[in-house]
Write a new protein. Structure first.
Length: 113
């Protein structure tokens, strides 16, 4: 999808530093972090949102599994971390390409505030 910022990141049109990359997944630091660690894990192919993965549980599983592995690699496992997937505008999805937020490095109280 040519107007998608995440597709441009995967294609190398927008610079980023990958924390993880393979044929299916790409992970990088969020440019507007909400916590000391704020990583985005995305599929390399364009998928509009998590609702589009209801028939693709293997890709959803890979996204979540990679986020957990990154949390471990980044030293977040013991203290804890949060994984978030937003769906649609009302759900807080700001980029129309499914992505998992990995947040950690400080207490993440809920509700925020």
């Amino acid at each position: 999808m040519k107007d998608c910022i995440f597709c441009k990141i995967v294609a190398g049109e927008i610079p980023s530093t990958p924390l993880y990359a393979d044929d299916e997944l790409y992970a990088f630091n969020d440019i507007n972090p909400k916590a000391p660690t704020h990583v985005l894990v995305i599929p390399t192919e364009h998928v509009d949102g998590v609702a589009a993965l209801d028939e693709r549980p293997e890709l959803l599983g890979r996204l979540m599994s990679r986020a957990v592995k990154l949390a471990r690699e980044l030293g977040l496992e013991e203290a804890g971390y949060r994984l978030v997937i937003n769906q649609g505008e009302d759900g807080g999805q700001s980029v129309g390409h499914v992505h998992v937020h990995l947040l950690g490095g400080r207490p993440l109280n809920w509700p925020p505030g």
